[in-house]
Design a protein around this ligand. Structure first.
Ligand code: ADP
Length: 228
């Protein structure tokens, strides 16, 4: 569904992405891991079209993203820190996003909205929200338009254990429906049950891109956090 070829991105002398190539297909949950500054966010933002690579190409459904605008409507993005107007209520933010975003087939996916009990919190002001509730709003928005691709940047950071479980269950369900899900996280133990593939970046280079099954087999470990 997404193919990236020989991506390079430099910020002055710093090589944030150094010849990164990979393909992602439906039904994959890819965990993008690596130390701080290894290029994870730059890679995600390149796929989202927010960062323009210096060289290389990104194809979405076989066509270069430079030649299509609407592909973004098919990607749900949960940023590390969602920024929303302070003076709006949760319900208003969700309505606003519904009104301004095009979506492919009109189906809304409001399962997380109810699972997170957002219907009881609609009147809360964004300014008064805890980090965790803000994360829930970001998650609801990422899944809202039933996209084929989900890009989740540190999705469980700041979520309480129950909310983390709800989100993980949702990710597993979406994977089974054939969605492609890319996740960055520091907490490998959080990813173990979800992940099909691990992509490890270091200094902008792709050091490893393998199925979890292979990694576990090769290392003889049964838990991902021990195997990496
Ligand atoms: P990660 O998400 O793995 O922590 P990033 O992709 O955010 O890594 O960053 C990779 C490198 O590129 C880091 O050294 C970071 O400081 C640098 N970088 C990222 N964005 C910018 C930018 N807009 N301007 C300058 N340097 C940047």
């Amino acid at each position: 569904m997404i193919t990236i070829k020989n991506l390079h991105k430099k910020f002055k002398k710093l090589h944030a992405l150094n010849d990164v190539s990979a393909s992602f297909s439906r039904g994959q949950v890819v965990s993008l891991i690596g130390p701080n500054g290894s290029g994870k966010t730059t890679l995600i933002k390149s796929i989202l079209g927010i960062v323009k690579p210096d060289a290389g190409s990104i194809l979405f459904a076989g066509k270069s993203i430079d030649k299509q605008v609407a592909y973004r409507d098919n990607i749900g993005y949960m940023p590390q820190i969602g920024r929303y107007p302070d003076n709006m209520k949760i319900g208003q933010v969700i309505e606003m996003v519904k009104n301004i975003r095009n979506h492919k087939d009109g189906t809304l996916d409001d399962e997380l909205f109810f699972d997170f009990k957002m219907d009881e919190m609609q009147d809360k002001n964004m300014r008064s929200l805890s980090g965790g509730t803000r994360q829930k709003v970001s998650a609801v928005l990422a899944f809202l338009f039933n996209p084929d691709v989900l890009i989740l940047d540190e999705p469980t950071a700041g979520l309480d254990p129950l909310a983390s479980e709800i989100l993980k269950d949702k990710i597993i369900k979406e994977k089974k429906k054939g969605k492609l899900i890319l996740i960055t996280s520091h907490v490998l133990s959080d990813l173990d049950e979800l992940t099909t593939d691990v992509m490890y970046l270091q200094d902008g280079k792709l050091h490893l891109y393998q199925t979890v099954e292979n990694i576990k087999q090769q290392t003889g470990e049964t838990r991902l956090e021990k195997a990496i």
